[in-house]
Design a protein around this ligand. Structure first.
Ligand code: ROI
Length: 162
């Protein structure tokens, strides 16, 4: 069965926008998967002080992969782009998070969907809303209500690529 998954993307090292573009290219090559949409790129300060600024975006994938297969594939792309897990929450060349996977609620040690922190993160919610402003989460929360509680403040939307 094909499911619509939303992927949160982030980078704050080694030309972040290029990291995101490479990751999008890599996601188009995933088996049984179609890249259905990409948000604008947004730049914001790190939630942790002392790190370089992040570039973030959200991608929509239509995929026949199972959730953990998709997670494996995304982690392989992270590793391929030089991600080293040196410290939790540390700066990273590429972070790919499954935010939503169809209507599924997933809670296993490797994967929690909807993604835990998405409701508080403007750099996730605003790009997600570009792709589907009417989105309702499988736990009943509505994206427009989450946005109303999460100021745009501090986000800088980059102009679209030509
Ligand atoms: N801050 C921003 N702006 N974007 C991120 O993707 C991001 N990721 C993180 C922490 C360090 C929490 N801060 C972030 O993991």
């Amino acid at each position: 069965m094909t499911e619509r998954a939303y992927i949160g993307m982030g980078s704050n090292l080694a030309d972040p926008a290029a990291q995101l573009r490479n990751a999008l290219e890599a996601m188009t090559r995933l088996p049984g998967t179609r890249l259905a949409g990409v948000s604008s790129f947004y730049v914001s300060d790190s939630l942790l002080p002392g790190q370089p600024r992040y570039t973030n975006a959200v991608a929509a994938l239509d995929t026949d992969l199972a959730p953990l297969q998709l997670l494996d594939a995304l982690q392989a792309i992270e590793l391929d782009q030089g991600r080293e897990r040196l410290e939790r929450w540390g700066p990273r060349t590429l972070d790919l998070d499954i935010l939503l996977f169809g209507e599924q609620l997933i809670d296993v040690p490797r994967l929690q969907v909807p993604h835990y922190h998405m409701q508080a993160r403007a750099f996730v919610l605003y790009p997600l809303a570009e792709l589907d402003a009417d989105l309702q989460l499988p736990d009943g929360r509505r994206l427009d209500q989450m946005l109303a509680a999460c100021p745009f403040e501090g986000l800088e939307r980059l102009p679209a690529l030509q």
